[in-house]
Write a protein that binds this ligand. Sequence first.
Ligand code: HEC
Length: 156
Amino acid sequence: MILNRLKVVLFIFTLLTAGTAWAVDMDSAVEARQAFMKVYEFNLDLLSDMASGDTRFNRRRAQVAANNLLALARMNNTAMWPIDTDETHPLLRDKTSAKAQVWEEVSDVAYRHATLTRTLERFAWYGTRDARSLKRELKNVQSACKGCHQRYRSKR
Ligand code: HEC
């Protein structure tokens, strides 16, 4: 628990200080975080296809995808979120769908990120044993993604 709380505090700190690191321009930061999210999606889709039966369950492939998701969640990508690079920024209006709330509710964003990480830790352990466990556990991962999107990503 203490470790988790420490991680959240560290995450918030890096989010707050990320704004000063303007060496990387805003456009590439936005592109990088969207690419990051796409790699999440790619691995999640492999798993969803197995869960729905579109592709046959394969334990090794499921484990690789689960490990990849966890590796992504553990990556520190705070530099991809420079302060105020949201959809209301005049230069980013057509480029990002990140809402301004991302930077207004930093601790909640960090909490949701930590929740996803914890869910993926569990998933990598319990979710890849067989098709049934995959189906059961994947729902938690999907809702951790969805919960953050509903609040912080606008539909465009
Ligand atoms: C802590 C919040 C949060 C979590 C958790 C999260 N996302 Fe995102 N996601 C965002 C935000 C904010 C954006 C908008 C980024 C932008 O457009 O700059 C986004 C954008 C995306 C996009 C669109 C990328 C593009 O090309 O525009 C995809 C796909 C995506 N997320 C997939 C996922 C998946 C899959 C998961 C779970 C494994 C996930 N996300 C978890 C916040 C989150």
